[in-house]
Write a protein that binds this ligand. Structure first.
Ligand SMILES: [Zn+2]
Ligand SMILES: [Zn+2]
Ligand SMILES: [Zn+2]
Ligand SMILES: [Zn+2]
Length: 320
């Protein structure tokens, strides 16, 4: 068992090799459950998780050792009624020092800008906490391994591997934004799929051939990269099948695939990414996801895939 971080209701959070994972209480053996119960009885510090004694600080529902209840930036303890900004990982800063803190672009963890290592600041301006940086995807071999994992999940749903050759590229935010703007007029995404197809009529080479280029933001932690690739592979499938839908339906479906891939991951980061997908305010990505999810609940995966397949627009009816 890793290091216990918290028990909230039926959810147990454990720290395993630097990453937090969430497990249901039911997954533990009887002796382990007894241990969890005892652990929970003690009042524990919200930062270091060790028992707190008489000398403690109370903030909302949580208690802290007075030395732990301090700002990540100035390292001074919080005084009575000082406004605080906090992340989902137990990190806290004085509100007035928030501008001297960085918030990890993937998991939202706060860290002091002054003490950040050089490699935590990407050339395109993104920042990463050390936990996410340690498992960031920066080379094609790692990206290929992630792609294999994503393909496995899609195969379970009955979505085949693409017919056409598919190349993947890791790019920085600037390159990605420029290309996204060129093709869709929407910026700041984490992945992009470009499919070109060619139709040959008659002769031995008759048929349609595809070439796919999938661009992924470099430096994302594996879990987030899984989510991005699942989304992009959704586009690849839609493109190869000429499935024509509104942008919210297209992006919503691709986000369902991200959700499906993220559901296989018990890390707390996966949990945060799932919440971001489900609650996004975006008119296309957020609303589209929720509408597609309703459909999925009604039809199930096989039904949904069958339903989408009926939206295939024959090539002859397309502009190109
Ligand atoms: Zn403490
Ligand atoms: Zn401070
Ligand atoms: Zn992070
Ligand atoms: Zn998309």
């Amino acid at each position: 068992m890793g290091e216990l971080i918290s028990i909230e209701g039926e959810q147990v959070t454990l720290l395993i090799e630097g990453r937090e994972y969430i497990f249901p209480v039911s997954r533990f053996s009887a002796p382990d459950r007894a241990y969890l119960q005892n652990w929970q009885k003690e009042e524990r510090c919200g930062v270091c998780r060790k028992k707190v004694g008489v000398e403690k600080m109370q903030a909302g529902e949580r208690v802290f050792h007075s030395k732990c209840f301090s700002c990540l930036v100035c390292e001074r303890p919080f005084l009575d009624r000082q406004p605080i900004r906090r992340d989902e990982w137990g990190g806290m800063v004085h509100s007035e020092h928030f501008r001297h803190a960085h918030s990890c672009g993937s998991c939202g963890r706060l860290f002091s800008a002054k003490r950040a290592k050089l490699e935590q600041i990407y050339a395109d301006g993104r920042v990463s906490c050390l936990v996410c940086l340690r498992e960031s995807v920066n080379d094609v071999a790692t990206l290929d391994a992630v792609a294999k994992r994503v393909r496995g999940g899609m195969a379970e749903l009955g979505l085949p591997t693409p017919v056409g050759p598919l190349t993947m590229r890791l790019v920085d935010q600037k390159t990605l934004n420029q290309e996204v703007e060129r093709v869709h007029g929407r910026g700041s995404l984490r992945g992009l799929t470009l499919t070109t197809f060619r139709t040959v009529t008659g002769g031995p080479k008759a048929g349609t051939s595809f070439i796919h280029q999938v661009w992924v933001l470099a430096g994302l932690p594996v879990v987030e990269c899984v989510s991005v690739l699942a989304h992009e592979f959704g586009h690849v499938w839609l493109n190869e099948n000429f499935i024509d839908m509104s942008p919210p339906s297209v992006e919503g479906f691709c986000n369902l695939l991200s959700m499906h891939a993220l559901n296989k991951d018990t890390s707390k980061l996966a949990d945060i990414l799932r919440k971001n997908l489900a609650m996004s305010e975006d008119r296309v990505y957020g609303r589209g996801f929720r509408e597609m999810d309703k459909k999925l609940q009604k039809l199930g995966w096989p039904g949904l895939i069958r339903d989408l397949s009926t939206r295939r627009v024959p090539l002859s009816k397309r502009a190109r």
